[in-house]
Design a protein around this ligand. Sequence first.
Ligand code: DP6
Length: 363
Amino acid sequence: AVYQATTSAPVNIACIKYWGKRDTTLILPTNSSLSVTLSQDHLRSTTTSRADPAFTETKLWLNGKEEDIKSGGRLERCLKELKKMRKERIEDKEPNAPKLSEWNIHVASYNNFPTAAGLASSASGFAALTSSIAALYGLNTFPSSSSAKPSIASPSELSLVARLGSGSACRSLFGGFVAWEAGSLPSGTDSLAVEVAPQSHWPTMHALICVVNDAKKGTSSTSGMQRTVDTSALLQHRIKHVVPQRMEAIIKAIKEKDFDSFAKITMADSNQFHAVALDTAPPIFYMNDVSRSIISIIEELNRVSLEKTGHLLAAYTFDAGPNAVIYTEEKNVKQIIEIIVRYFPQAESNPFPDPFKLFGGKQ
Ligand code: DP6
């Protein structure tokens, strides 16, 4: 028999940024974070995993190219946890269950977006890897005894595993609006993702992805955030006095579908994240001139909109690179795209259908 499973996970874009680890091996963050998971049809990773007693080693392919598996690395840590779950929750209880946890596996993962686009692929990648192996191991199915029981491993439990691969990956195991609770236990068992609201709660929320530069970024998130932890005094202020209040306020804004508050907090947190990067020694610059002009355009649009309607139009946010993500409600999508295209005539629409337009603007 061949044991095989294929699953997909989408990209998520943080409104409250994760930046800093208190434990670099277990990937435990210095603060909670919150993101919006993009819809499945757009930017996603799809992973197939297969278990076979004949496999002599564990192998991994990314976009068709075989990768080295680092001993003691992130993939191994995820796999070890999933094997443990399989053994303890299924094989030790059901003597007839095949001992998949003792077999090697082969894993192949594809992104449906250009890896070169500089868009976070580790989040969707490790989320898809975790859910695919969980499906292979029968962890996210109902126990045979009663279909009314919850699955053997809940999405939050699986988020603990995805987190070991890449912090932001834990949030991609849920759709919609997702919080990663920092937790406080040294073991990390309380550092997991929870659903704040499903996508259906606020279906008019859209994310526009503006690819400002599709080159690979200079400073990786992993090394950049550790340098910030080691050198930035501003980060300590952010962790203690800013993020906790913002988490509470943005969760309230999402529950109430209050776009103005959501937008204000999202923009403020993107800006503080980049301020913390600048407060790092040596400083880290992720945004460039195009990024900054996108900020100016959105700020100006919001100023005019506030004057005319009393409401904000859009919110920008930037991760560890120059690309902008603009959150806006459905009714404004067309207008925002028109304005961006007017400022950046070289911006072109890409193959992704609405609502996730991708602009391949060159500087
Ligand atoms: C700026 O999750 O890529 O996108 O845990 O080291 O793999 P590792 O880092 P990663 O960092 C993401 C940083 C961010 C903010 C966010 O997604 O919250």
